[in-house]
Design a binder for this molecule. Sequence first.
Ligand SMILES: Cc1cc2nc3c(=O)[nH]c(=O)nc-3n(C[C@H](O)[C@H](O)[C@H](O)COP(=O)(O)OP(=O)(O)OC[C@H]3O[C@@H](n4cnc5c(N)ncnc54)[C@H](O)[C@@H]3O)c2cc1C
Length: 207
Amino acid sequence: MEGQLRKSNVDIRLGTEVTTRLVKEIKPDAVIIATGAIPAIPLSPGVDRPHVHTAIDILDERVSLKGKTAIIGGGLVGMETALFLAENKVSPLVIIEPTDKLGGNIGLRTGWVVRNEVTNHPDIDVRLEATVEEIKEHSIVVQKKGEFEELQTENVIVAVGMLNNNELAEKLKAEGTIEELHLVGDCNVPRTVKEAVEEAAIAARKV
Ligand SMILES: Cc1cc2nc3c(=O)[nH]c(=O)nc-3n(C[C@H](O)[C@H](O)[C@H](O)COP(=O)(O)OP(=O)(O)OC[C@H]3O[C@@H](n4cnc5c(N)ncnc54)[C@H](O)[C@@H]3O)c2cc1C
């Protein structure tokens, strides 16, 4: 895809954040916004501590960790992050998930494979029906059915889902200077590559 894009007439500007100001300078006839999604951050007290990272920071290898690590959220991203850390010798790990099942909303086959790998992993502990009530400097306070437990941990990873990143789209709409504005992919609602590609193809045909 990158090769095809480079062969085309598309002006590619890497390392450039698109702002309303840049859009005004370019003066396009239409704008297709595909700004994706950003990690959701839970409201737990202590979530702004320096040893709290997002799963995306870990998977993109922006931070490297050592020692006991808690992962808040046992969906696909939380499970993949735990397996990635275990592979990279970061352990022990504990996943805290509020529902009664890991990866509850992922497909049957993927869910079964990843869930089995996580639950059978000797370095990954799973706490279901549990929530993180507070993040302290070297521990987290976990609540399960009204019982509180303090778990020692050096790092905390947040994997509680993604939020649509529609800030640029909202600003452009508010300014009202762009007549033709299309939003495609996760900046509408975080989903999968399939929906992003479909919406992009539809928008491109409309322009
Ligand atoms: C950990 C993880 C695993 C996933 N695994 C799968 C999977 O296995 N299969 C699947 O189908 N889907 C998966 N998804 C979902 C999939 O990645 C997304 O649905 C898809 O990438 C959405 O495409 P997009 O183009 O809308 O956004 P993105 O791919 O997120 O791209 C958005 C781009 O916009 C850039 N951007 C944001 N703001 C600006 C700005 N102001 N100016 C310029 N650029 C900007 C960002 O830097 C980014 O490069 C996964 C998501 C995550 C988080």
